[in-house]
Design a protein. Structure first.
Length: 141
């Protein structure tokens, strides 16, 4: 079982050993967040989720995306046009696939979230294509 921290306000980076992450995360979360895995489209818990609230990092609890910026991209993965704060996510060039893509990870714990593409809607034109397993939804109370 994962046990994300609930303090979203700290900017302090989180560094844990591979063994610690393996212990804290469930196998699917570990495979995606720590091993740059991808869930199959239309199978995750949030691709068709429409609640009002925030999506936190499933590994460290940092707030990453808001429901107001979520849209239906038709991809089968939760898609957002911007992060909650620019500093919440970091990107890296990913050359592991056939196409060069831009990988997106949590700025606090380094957990892999998904990729960002430039075919998103206004106002940013960006599509943050994120694995459900990397997220934990927190409903607005
Ligand atoms: Fe994180």
């Amino acid at each position: 079982m994962s046990n994300p921290q609930t303090d979203n306000t700290s900017d302090a980076a989180i560094h844990k050993s591979d063994a610690e992450w393996r212990e804290e995360l469930n196998p699917e979360e570990y495979r995606i967040l720590r091993k740059q895995g991808t869930e199959r489209p239309f199978t995750g818990k949030y691709w068709d989720h429409h609640g009002q609230g925030q999506y936190l990092c499933a590994a460290c609890g940092q707030a990453l995306f808001e429901s107001d910026t979520k849209y239906d991209s038709g991809s089968g993965w939760p898609s957002f046009y911007q992060p909650i704060q620019q500093k919440a996510v970091e990107t890296e060039t990913d050359t592991s696939g056939r196409e060069v893509r831009t990988e997106v990870h949590c700025s606090r714990c380094g957990g892999h979230l998904g990729h960002v593409f430039d075919d998103g809607p206004n106002p940013t034109g960006l599509r943050y294509c994120i694995n459900s397993a990397s997220l934990k939804f927190e409903s607005e109370q």
